[in-house]
Design a protein around this ligand. Structure first.
Ligand code: PGA
Length: 248
């Protein structure tokens, strides 16, 4: 049985002090113990977040990472640096990394493989643009991303990846995919994983939906078949809203 996961992606928001305040407030709410909770703050808040989140059962993730061990890579963060802080998850291939920072599938695949090797849990983001959906190209786009991003990853390792389906047109726009559309794509992703691997991987891999998830729509999305959780940006920034998402 796949457990639901509510992951917050804070993007470039919150200082270390604001991070600490968030967790102090989150402590006041009763949180559904049957849901896995992850918060991904900026790098500069990771240390504070790991310490503040420990006793409330929230795991911490980073928003990106290098595919290299160490060395002359100005501005980059390594897996060992994240592990040393107690970070457990890492978002890879977010559409903002792909679109603004020009990250390509080959590079993202390399990061996913490296995260697995280092025992960090990758949250791999995939999803189509508005133009692709309007031209009926959304399934082809997502299929191609899955094929490229999972290249040279064994079944044993593939099962460790969390996939986040995030249609780009729904991110930060207030436009959410309907539960039906989101669930249809998550089902399609599971079928593609089955074709690439086997039933066991397809039945156990977690597939999240992301894109304008908020307390008002989380319940419907979480009750749709094939959706195992949510990757949430804007609505994860307030402790009260995050608690509502977890208690969907
Ligand atoms: P949003 O962002 O919830 O603010 O749409 C989601 C994401 O980018 O992961």
């Amino acid at each position: 049985m796949r457990k639901k996961l509510i992951a917050g992606n804070w993007k470039m928001n919150k200082t270390a002090n604001e991070t600490k305040e968030f967790f102090e407030e989150l402590k006041k709410y009763d949180l559904n113990k049957d849901v896995n909770m992850v918060i991904c703050p900026p790098f500069s808040s990771l240390d504070r977040a790991v310490n503040a989140a420990k006793d409330i059962g929230v795991a911490i993730g980073a928003q990106n990472m290098s595919d290299q061990e160490s060395g002359a890579f100005t501005g980059e963060i390594s897996a060992n640096m994240l592990l040393d802080l107690g970070v457990e998850y890492v978002i890879l291939g977010h559409s903002e990394r792909r679109e603004i920072f020009n990250e390509q599938d080959g590079y993202i695949n390399s990061k996913v493989r490296y995260a697995i090797e280092k025992n960090l849990i990758p949250i791999l983001c995939i999803g189509e643009t508005l133009e692709e959906r309007e031209a009926d190209g959304h399934f082809d786009k997502v299929k191609s991303q899955i094929e490229k991003d999972f290249e040279n990853i064994s079944a044993e390792d593939a099962i460790k990846v969390i996939i986040a389906y995030e249609p780009i047109w729904a991110i930060g726009t207030g436009k959410t995919a309907t539960a039906k559309d989101a669930s249809e794509m998550c089902h399609f992703i599971r079928e593609e994983i089955k074709k690439m691997y086997n039933d066991e991987v397809a039945n156990n891999i977690s597939i999240l939906y992301g894109g304008s998830v908020k307390p008002a729509n989380v319940n419907e999305l979480m009750n749709a078949p094939d959706i195992d959780g949510a990757l949430v940006g804007g609505a994860s920034l307030k402790a009260e809203d995050y608690s509502k998402l977890v208690n969907f």
